[in-house]
Design a protein. Structure first.
Length: 145
């Protein structure tokens, strides 16, 4: 009897763990309002191909794939955490002027195509394959190859 009870508890625990880390496809209108506004503002000509909600450690995260190849990740409040345009460059206005000025002055032939929020700042990928690390105030910090 004790073994059956332990087995049942293990099965129930496993079910809850799977549900807690569950990824679900969702409709665009189920994204947080801030995420919807961000997509409509910066990617007005792209269609949402797929949107997914992931619940990890009790936190909701969202991933959106657009028809132009862009993949965007949002936190549960709808703030972007990662943008990867893959085949195009980041739209104007996503990076602050400080970062775009730094890239233009130091890498005049290159453009930013991805950005990710990291601990203490941001990582920006540019078209020559380099990754530039900026602090939380968008001051250049270092180069990550």
């Amino acid at each position: 009897m004790k073994r059956k009870l332990i087995g049942l508890i293990a099965v129930i625990t496993g079910i809850f763990m799977v549900q807690a880390c569950e990824e679900r496809n969702i409709d665009f209108d189920k994204l947080p309002g801030a995420a919807q506004s961000f997509i409509m503002t910066y990617f007005p000509d792209a269609d949402v191909v797929r949107a997914e909600r992931d619940r990890d450690d009790g936190q909701k995260e969202y991933t959106v794939w657009l028809s132009d190849g862009t993949e965007i990740e949002f936190d549960e409040n709808g703030s972007w955490t990662s943008i990867d345009c893959n085949t195009t460059v980041l739209p104007d206005g996503i990076l602050p002027q400080k970062a775009t000025d730094y890239i233009a002055q130091n890498y005049p032939q290159e453009k930013a195509y991805k950005v990710e929020k990291i601990r203490g700042g941001y990582e920006v990928g540019i078209t020559n394959g380099l990754e530039l690390i900026f602090d939380s105030d968008w001051n250049f910090s270092r180069l990550d190859r």
